[in-house]
Design a protein around this ligand. Structure first.
Ligand code: TYM
Length: 333
């Protein structure tokens, strides 16, 4: 039976990339009636320094983003990672299964640690092993993510396969990344060759889920483009990264395909396309940001939703960790 797991780091505000690449897909999968488990991965966030108060606020804000976007705690399990200690426990077992060389090849590690790996935390290096534990602790079969997480989900499969092989069991499933839709890699609004990211120094490069209508409008109006009108078909976007990005964002927000967008918009100038994109973006995003600020007024309610979610998560996680310990040879008295 299919079971979905995914997570997002509370390491800053949510961007349109997180929404289109992840959260919106989480909601779609919830609505398909599959068992869905969504996590705020606070233990991953501290692999780089987080101010404690900021971490608390960002954890609640991300939970509010989940809820405002349509995740429903009666249909999905919503919780923060640190409340289910089995993640760390299984993560340790996987630290002993995974190899240093595997971690060294991760592009996110290379990007984040850069040339100064000596100064990176040990946790940042082991990050993908904890992510494998997140997924496999629930025997999740499907993992909806943006394109940038594909390599980590593939590593999760490698860890599952090596565990199964080392211990001669068929215990952990080979989880599938689910990377679907028009916006699996949303790019910066200022530079079509860079990913839209919460860590970009320029706020104009991204749309934040907390931006108000005027800010969204300004950012889209100022987004980098080229002087040509839109092409009639997607192959006309090949050497036009900025134009392609805006068409994909439009398609994802409108829940259609780039083909369908261009069938309607092909031949139009950006002076016409951008206002249409502003209207669509404001229409889809403003209600979410309003609901997020409403929810943020009652942090105790958010905390209790996460607490109840954690209890439900543990009911699945505990027997799987216990079985793992038995396989490995740990004694229980
Ligand atoms: P994180 O927190 O960086 O991002 C959360 C999700 O948002 C997607 N995403 C994007 N999608 C499209 N375009 C973008 N510009 C963009 N930016 C971010 C990411 O692909 C991701 O799906 N390691 C993960 C968190 C994690 C996790 C897990 C995910 C921890 N444990 C278990 C799945 C399963 C991360 O850093 O995502």
């Amino acid at each position: 039976t299919p079971r979905v797991f995914s997570g997002i780091q509370p390491s800053g505000g949510l961007t349109l990339g997180n929404y289109l690449g992840a959260i919106k897909r989480f909601v779609d999968m919830q609505e398909q009636g599959i068992e869905t488990i969504y996590c705020v991965v606070d233990m991953h966030a501290i692999t780089v320094w987080q101010e404690p108060d900021a971490l608390r606020r960002q954890t609640r804000e991300l939970a509010a983003g989940y809820l405002a976007a349509g995740l429903d705690p009666s249909k999905s399990i919503l919780f923060n990672q640190s409340q289910v200690p089995e993640h760390a426990q299984l993560g340790w077992v996987f630290n002993c299964v995974a190899r240093m060389g595997w971690m060294n090849r991760m592009t996110q590690w290379k990007d984040k640690a850069g040339k100064n790996a000596e100064k990176a935390s040990l946790g940042l290096f082991a990050y993908p092993s904890l992510m494998a534990a997140d997924i496999l602790l629930y025997h999740a079969t499907h993992v909806p993510v943006g394109e940038d997480q594909k390599q980590h989900v593939e590593l999760t499969r490698d860890i599952a396969a090596k565990f199964n092989n080392d211990y001669g069991v068929e215990f952990f499933p080979l989880s599938e990344p689910v990377i679907e839709g028009a916006a699996t890699r949303v790019m910066s609004l200022r530079d079509g060759s860079k990913k839209m990211s919460k860590s970009d120094p320029s706020d104009m490069s991204r749309i934040n889920m907390t931006d108000d209508a005027d800010t969204i409008a300004k950012k889209i109006r100022k987004a980098k483009t080229d002087p040509e009108p839109l092409p009639e078909t997607p192959d006309g976007l090949e050497d036009r990264p900025e134009a392609r990005n805006l068409v994909r964002i439009y398609a994802a927000l409108a829940e259609t395909t780039p083909q369908a967008v261009l069938a309607e918009m092909g031949g139009k100038q950006f002076s016409e396309f951008k206002p249409a994109l502003v209207d669509l973006a404001v229409d889809r995003l403003a209600p979410i940001s309003e609901e997020m600020s409403r929810l943020m007024q009652d942090p105790a309610e958010i905390d209790s939703i996460l607490g109840r979610g954690a209890d439900r998560a543990r009911q699945i996680a505990t027997p799987i960790l216990q079985r793992t310990y038995d396989i490995v040879g740990m004694i229980r008295g």
